[in-house]
Design a binder for this molecule. Structure first.
Ligand code: HAM
Length: 419
């Protein structure tokens, strides 16, 4: 038997209802904050991700599904959505009529990481991206929207981790200080960190190897190197968060795994996830639109790990799968033929209808209706046909009603809508 690819998964009925509910809740909330849905392709030119996420990142260095198509063009299954949304914003000049644009997009991403609980090679994200707003109030509002959604979806034990990564004016000074610090700690660093020291020193801060974490524990903090504008921006973000009652933790190690960030970065962690504890992450990327050929445009966004959200929400224990409203038990060829039409019409009118076409006995069909937990059963056999009546059985209390065969669809619809 051919099995799933490692790190990929199926979302089956029983769980998919939770996914639909999450999507609906997110879309409803985002709408209130002025976000419009955008859908971007699953594949892009490799160069788009290499240039935006950064050549020296784990994602671009080791995790992308990249291949040459039949004409030799290098393409990549998207490891994230931000780069594609930025490309679309530039390509379709979405800034032309109104520079402030807010988008959300939901869909699968692909990263060839080592699979474990909460980490998959195809995973899903809910992304929100804002273009054209430089004000720190936007950062706070976006985090407020994100936390509101996670709370509405009963994700337990959430903590907002916050940092500022500075800007092209102040970050080089910090990087130099960090490199100098790392130079002294060199002997204790892992091979990846040694290599990255001069390529992208910020990466040294989020290496998960315990030896590196210890060696970098007293590394200089970016907070001490921020320029006045970045400092002011960060303090206003914090003030706005306090104003809307969002508590946060300043996390100087929070450098994120993508190179495009400037200033505010954040992650939402939950105690309910184990090692893969980030349920969402994001930040400002004020330079990316211009770097990819668009006008100079500030931007900020986040992505929620959909899989991680559904694995932690308290709602996952609720039964969301809906049973049929009515199960049709028709006995004998003629009854089955007539009831077939009713089943089509009832379904079309939005009543969850199930009919068994197999010709099995009354007992067997009633057993199936019970197993499916149908609210009502329509019973239609030879004696009912003779009397031009159909039996409607309420499965909650075993009460039965006779309904005239003519106009049965309208009658059953009326009865179910009244309940
Ligand atoms: P990211 O931190 O790489 O950011 O991913 C965001 C979230 O996606 C993570 O916090 C995690 O919940 C989930 N995630 C990432 N990798 C996996 C995986 N292998 N399996 C399961 N879940 C995963 C970004 O992708 C940025 N594009 C976020 C952003 C949007 N920044 C600005 N706008």
């Amino acid at each position: 038997m051919i099995q799933l690819i490692r790190g990929f998964k199926d979302v089956l009925p029983g769980e998919v209802e939770l996914w639909q509910m999450v999507e609906k809740t997110a879309a409803g909330l985002f709408d209130g904050f002025g976000f419009k849905e955008i859908r971007v392709p699953l594949m892009e030119r490799t160069e788009l991700f290499a240039r935006s996420i950064g050549e020296g990142t784990d994602i671009v260095e080791k995790e992308m599904y990249t291949f040459a198509d039949r004409k030799g063009e290098m393409i990549t299954l998207r490891p994230e959505a931000t780069a594609s949304v930025v490309r679309a914003y530039i390509q379709h000049k979405l800034y032309a009529a109104e520079p402030v644009r807010k988008f959300y997009t939901i869909g699968p991403m692909f990263r060839r990481e080592r699979p474990q609980k909460g980490r998959y090679r195809q995973f899903y994200q809910i992304n929100a991206e804002v273009f054209g707003v430089a004000a720190p109030a936007m950062d706070a509002q976006l985090i407020y929207m994100l936390v509101t959604l996670l709370k509405a979806l009963s994700v337990p034990d959430i903590h907002v981790h916050l940092n500022s990564l500075g800007c092209p004016d102040c970050r080089p000074g910090y990087k130099a200080a960090l490199e100098a610090y790392a130079e002294k700690a060199m002997a204790a660093l892992c091979e990846d960190c040694r290599r990255r020291k001069s390529q992208n020193a910020l990466r040294l801060l989020d290496c998960k190897v315990p030896g590196c974490r210890d060696a970098m524990a007293d590394a200089p903090s970016l907070q001490d190197y921020l320029c006045n504008e970045c400092k002011l921006h960060f303090s206003e973000v914090k003030a706005h968060l306090q104003q809307v009652g969002i508590s946060y933790l300043i996390d100087k190690r929070l450098v994120r795994g993508l190179d495009y960030y400037t200033r505010t970065t954040f992650e939402i962690q939950t105690g309910a996830l184990g090692a893969q504890n980030a349920v969402a992450g994001g930040g400002r990327y004020d330079g990316l639109v211009a770097a990819l050929g668009g006008p100079d445009t500030p931007a900020i966004g986040f992505a929620i790990g959909f899989d991680r959200l559904t694995e932690t929400t308290a709602l996952r224990n609720q039964a969301l799968e809906t049973p049929p409203d009515v199960f049709i038990v028709a006995l004998g060829d003629e009854c089955r033929q007539r009831a077939f039409l009713w089943s089509c019409e009832l379904s079309r009118s939005g009543i969850r209808t199930e009919m068994d076409f197999s010709g099995r006995s009354l007992k067997a069909l009633m057993k199936r209706a019970n197993r499916l937990q149908s609210r009502y059963v329509l019973i239609f056999g030879e004696s009912e046909l003779e009397n031009k009546m159909v039996l409607l059985r309420d499965m909650s209390n075993s009460e039965q009603f006779e309904i005239r065969m003519d106009g049965i669809v309208a009658e059953v619809s009326r009865k179910l809508q009244r309940d």
